[in-house]
Write a protein of this length. Structure first.
Length: 313
């Protein structure tokens, strides 16, 4: 990728998109094409066509999506299925029709079968039933992955796909209801400490295991793949180790400096019991993650403290 290539980062204000922008700017890419939702509604096919026809885009990082934690996915199935189908279909099709050189699509570890053998290999996709709480998002993302493969086979379009594990970092969604577990716990422990609350209630049993990757590590992997990988199989991007929700909560309490009790609410959904990714394909290409979880937690908590006044409720 030459540094003056015209690179569209769809979803540039989100957790992943903002990390991709930081990474590309740090690497000296000087022609990033960025559009807010208000400037370009990716659910509007005609608007997406007009954008690609006008902008002569060379590369696309498709980081725009309707995302959320386990409760949000369970509460808004129609939105997760429809929005993600529309966004990805419009961008992939317009990119191909307007001569984009290469597009990177983002899947997720949660689109693999609920009980896939662990660690999960890319070949496990579509080999078993999905986790019910987020099957809507998963079906949309699987369709997007398949669309990339279909455009490569039928049109020779150079579309690739990454499958990131659970992500966290600056720019995350810290809302208490619709966020993912790590930012939700950071905020919950922070508020408990500030209010002197005697205990923090963590959803579920605390026994599910999750793998976490700092979003700046993901951005490095995505640029690595955009420059070096061109095949139809998706590529897992993860840390390579996981921990229980209880262990995560204990680590978050330590980082926040909360000394109260931890309790668990088994009436809340656990979701899939485990979804550790096998990252040997990406490691074989020469990539390694750098940011350890406890270090990433400290950095993310510092970002939360600096930005909490402007965060979504
Ligand atoms: O990040 P999360 O919401 O989604 O993690 P998934 C859910 C796990 O954390 C469950 C527990 O075991 C929850 O019971 N948990 C504990 C909490 N306390 C909390 C809390 O305060 N908030 C939240 N959100 N969880 C998501 C998919 O699955 O993975 C998305 O639903 C996305 O589509 C994401 O793909 C990467 O990891 O279970």
């Amino acid at each position: 990728m030459n540094k003056d290539a015209r690179v569209f980062v769809a979803g540039h204000r989100g957790l992943v998109g903002s990390a991709i922008v930081r990474r590309l700017q740090g690497a000296g890419f000087n022609h990033l094409l960025l559009r807010t939702h208000a400037e370009l509604n990716l659910r509007d096919a005609a608007a997406v066509d007009r954008f690609f026809a006008a902008e002569r885009v060379d590369y696309v990082f498709l980081a725009a999506a309707k995302v959320g934690g386990i409760r949000a996915n369970d509460a808004y199935p129609a939105d997760f299925l429809r929005d993600n189908l529309q966004i990805q279909t419009h961008v992939i099709d317009a990119a191909w029709r307007n001569g984009v050189q290469k597009l990177l699509f983002l899947g997720s570890s949660c689109i693999y079968p609920k009980l896939a053998p662990q660690p999960i290999r890319e070949e496990s996709l579509l080999t078993g039933p999905l986790e019910p709480t987020n099957e809507w998002y998963a079906i949309a993302k699987i369709a997007g992955l398949k669309l990339c493969q279909a455009y490569r086979r039928q049109h020779g379009f150079n579309a690739i796909a990454a499958m990131p594990t659970n992500l966290y970092g600056p720019g995350d969604n810290f809302s208490l209801l619709d966020s993912h577990v790590l930012p939700a716990l950071l905020r919950r422990f922070h508020e408990a400490k500030a209010n002197g609350a005697p205990e923090v209630v963590v959803w579920g049993s605390g026994t599910p295991r999750r793998e976490f990757l700092h979003v700046d590590d993901l951005a490095g992997a995505l640029l690595f793949l955009m420059e070096r990988y061109a095949d139809e199989s998706p590529v897992n991007v993860g840390w390579g180790e996981d921990l229980t929700i209880r262990e995560l909560a204990t680590m978050v309490a330590r980082v926040v400096g909360y000394a109260g009790r931890l309790s668990f609410d088994p009436s809340k959904p656990d979701g899939t019991p485990r979804k550790l990714l096998d990252i040997s394909r990406l490691q074989g290409l020469g990539w390694r993650p750098q940011i350890r979880l406890e270090e990433g937690l400290w950095q993310t908590y510092a970002w939360f403290l600096e930005n909490q006044a402007s965060l979504r409720s």
